[in-house]
Design a protein around this ligand. Structure first.
Ligand SMILES: NC(=O)c1ccc[n+]([C@@H]2O[C@H](COP(=O)([O-])OP(=O)(O)OC[C@H]3O[C@@H](n4cnc5c(N)ncnc54)[C@H](O)[C@@H]3O)[C@@H](O)[C@H]2O)c1
Length: 250
């Protein structure tokens, strides 16, 4: 049976651990999360410290903690195992992506980039050679953004690289779209704080040579970082990586 470890045991991490336990697609060896009080979570051992040796012998490591956890561990993981990170804003620093890709290339492991809260990143990636314009607008309740706005407010308008630095917990989809498409400097980001919504909404426009796409995604969020769809999306990504199910959209 394949061996999987988790960095971060919050909402998204727990959904994936339960999914692996139910499907028996892989054994969950540990969850690294220094903020968990108990010795175990969902029957899995908690680690409060981690080093590169803890990645030896694993097939896959899933990061669902914070951008700094991704930054600290990406290359170390990829020297020993495949890596599925969710805190994608960490890749705004070119060095983080380059060192991860180099480690993957040298070891033969794979960096899997999940579609997370949005849809169609595989399609954007496939079309990147003919795409010349990408924009993404995210509309969230102020609570999700850690703000207290009383009315509709444009919080940010600029490059995805800047957005990822200013709102690392909230614009992982801007980072993912940048990685799939035309990069952090050419992807235009807007972030809106709207107290009248209880959803996370992302509106993506992609234009290129002979193509014009709009992707509009809305998911219930209730003030949380991750919306209702993400746990399902994350489990689907795990299935595709680990070979679960007998039908796959590619
Ligand atoms: N790519 C996407 O589309 C997408 C979508 C949703 C969430 N995310 C990201 O995925 C991550 C997890 O989301 P979530 O909803 O599960 O968040 P969460 O807050 O429910 O869980 C995060 C967990 O990480 C742990 N953690 C914090 N600092 C840590 C550290 N230094 N080392 C190890 N663990 C640490 C916390 O204790 C918590 O258990 C977040 O970074 C979030 O922004 C990405």
């Amino acid at each position: 049976m394949k061996k999987v470890a988790f960095l971060g045991g919050g909402k998204v991490g727990q959904a994936m651990v339960k999914h692996l336990q139910e499907t028996k697609l892989a054994e969950v060896v540990y969850i690294y999360d220094p903020f968990q009080k108990a010795e175990e979570l969902l029957g899995v051992k908690i680690l409060r410290e981690i080093g590169e040796k803890d990645f030896e012998g694993l097939d896959l490591v899933v990061e669902c903690a914070t951008a700094s956890v991704l930054k600290e561990n990406a290359a170390k993981v990829l020297r020993h195992a495949d890596f599925l990170p969710f805190s994608m804003t960490a890749f705004r620093e070119d060095e983080v992506l380059e060192s991860a890709k180099k480690a993957a290339e040298e070891s033969g492991h794979t960096l899997y980039l999940p579609h997370g809260a949005i849809l169609g990143l595989d399609g954007v990636f496939d079309g990147k050679r003919i795409i010349n314009e990408v924009s993404i607008e995210t509309i969230k309740n102020p609570k999700s953004l850690g703000r207290d706005d009383k009315e509709y407010t444009v919080v940010f308008d600029g490059t995805a690289r800047e957005a990822a630095g200013l709102y690392p917990r909230n614009v992982n989809v801007h980072a993912a779209l940048s990685l799939a498409g035309i990069g952090f400097d050419r992807t235009h980001s807007r972030i809106i704080s709207d107290p009248s919504v209880n959803t996370n909404e992302h509106v993506i426009h992609v234009k290129g040579d002979g193509i014009d796409w709009t992707i509009h995604v809305t998911a219930f969020a209730a003030g949380a970082v991750s919306g209702k769809y993400v746990p399902y999306s994350a489990c689907g990504s795990l299935d595709r990586i680990l070979g679960g199910g007998n039908m796959q959209f590619v």
